[in-house]
Design a protein around this ligand. Structure first.
Ligand SMILES: Cc1ncc(COP(=O)(O)O)c(C=O)c1O
Length: 368
């Protein structure tokens, strides 16, 4: 059997008629930037999140950058974030001129909120918790710290569409939530796309203007900005997919439960722990094992692709070689980079496919 890591083709085929029609309409209207599809997507996304505003953007990296710029973050400032993430989270901090300050991860693979306070000083302007793999950070503690020190929170929700903690959605806790709709994300476009959600209407408007060359209306540039508009075609695709995301999320959770039940008797494997009172949306099903590299090759040879998220934690990444933080602060992130393995997971995955992965893991560990 051959199993894909995720099956975007199958997802497309299941929605082909709707998606093709939606794209054909955009072409027919030859309205490729902005327009009705983009504003409708923004409204629909806002109502599915119960927030005031969605700012549609070109990608999730820009969403982070724009949020920080519009919070006035710049040279001399520090922004605290997790040691384990995709580089967008920290590279955008540096791009504003501020310094990324990394904090180790906890047993849930998200920023260890207990270690944030010791990193705060007079230059700290924001915290960017990343709800990694679909698992929410300890937002109660992070919001407590945020109000104690008057520091903004930007939630990086690129991997956590519709994740919840205490019945509250990821992205609705802090000043804003930033999203990626990169094709492989739980809600993915047919190219790059992103968004920012917030309940602060003025802040949303500032972000919208900045993303549109600093112009509230064409040719009236009240500031210099950037070009980060969501393509109309992407909005058209996302509007179709948004109707299915709740079902897809439930499927991901079901698949993760099957994995959890099957794999729980393999003691060589550490399974993901779901934070209590939370909805983990399993963008990634991450296990840990000291035999990671051997298991990865073994599965690969048997038609099971896996990935490593991520081979380097940020403090150990060549890009942060000159960074002045002590590497001994990141023991959990280091262990994670050495042992993490992401197994295939996607909403259309069948029980048989999950069992095939399980059987091959059993074979690898010589479990009968
Ligand atoms: C945690 C995290 N933040 C930010 C991003 C950036 O999103 P985009 O690729 O849409 O720029 C990603 C995308 O992979 C991500 O995983």
């Amino acid at each position: 059997m051959k199993i894909p890591f995720l099956d975007l083709k199958l997802q497309y085929l299941n929605l082909k008629d709707e998606i093709d029609k939606s794209i054909a309409e955009v072409i027919d209207q030859t309205s490729f930037i902005g327009g009705e599809q983009v504003s409708k997507f923004a409204n629909e996304f806002s109502s599915s999140y119960g927030v005031e505003k969605t700012v549609p953007l070109a990608n999730g990296t820009d969403a982070l950058y724009i949020a920080m710029k519009m919070l006035g973050i710049g040279p001399g400032d520090e922004v605290i974030t997790t040691a384990t993430s995709w580089i967008s989270t920290s590279e955008t901090i540096s791009q504003t001129g501020a310094k990324p300050v990394f904090v180790d991860i906890d047993e849930y693979f998200t920023i260890d909120a207990r270690k944030i306070e010791s990193q705060i000083n007079k230059n700290t302007k924001a915290i960017i918790p990343v709800h990694l793999y679909g698992q929410m950070c300890d937002m109660n503690e992070i919001m407590r710290i945020s109000s104690k020190y008057n520091i903004s929170v930007i939630e990086d929700c690129a991997q956590s569409h519709f994740s919840e903690l205490d019945n509250k959605l990821a992205g609705s806790w802090g000043k804003c939530g930033t999203f990626s709709f990169y094709p492989g994300k739980n809600l993915g476009a047919f190219g790059d796309a992103g968004a920012l959600i917030t309940n602060d209407i003025d802040f949303a408007e500032k972000c919208r203007i900045y993303a549109s060359h600093g112009a509230p209306v064409k040719h009236n540039h009240i500031m210099e900005g950037i070009n980060s508009r969501m393509d109309t075609m992407q909005a058209a695709v996302l509007r179709v997919k948004l109707k299915h995301i709740k079902n897809w999320t439930e499927s991901r959770i079901e698949i993760s439960n099957i994995y959890m039940n099957l794999l729980s008797d393999i003691h060589e494997i550490e399974l993901p722990i779901v934070r209590s009172n939370s909805k983990h949306t399993f963008h990634v099903f991450a296990i840990r094992t000291s035999m990671r590299d051997e298991l990865k090759s073994y599965l690969e040879e048997r038609g099971i692709p896996t990935q490593i998220h991520y081979p380097f934690a940020m403090p150990f990444m060549p890009a942060y070689k000159g960074h002045d933080q002590n590497k001994s602060l990141f023991n959990n992130a280091k262990l994670h980079q050495e042992t993490e393995l992401s197994l295939p997971i996607f909403p259309e995955m069948t029980k048989e496919q999950v069992e095939y992965v399980y059987m091959n893991i059993c074979d690898f560990f010589k479990i009968k």
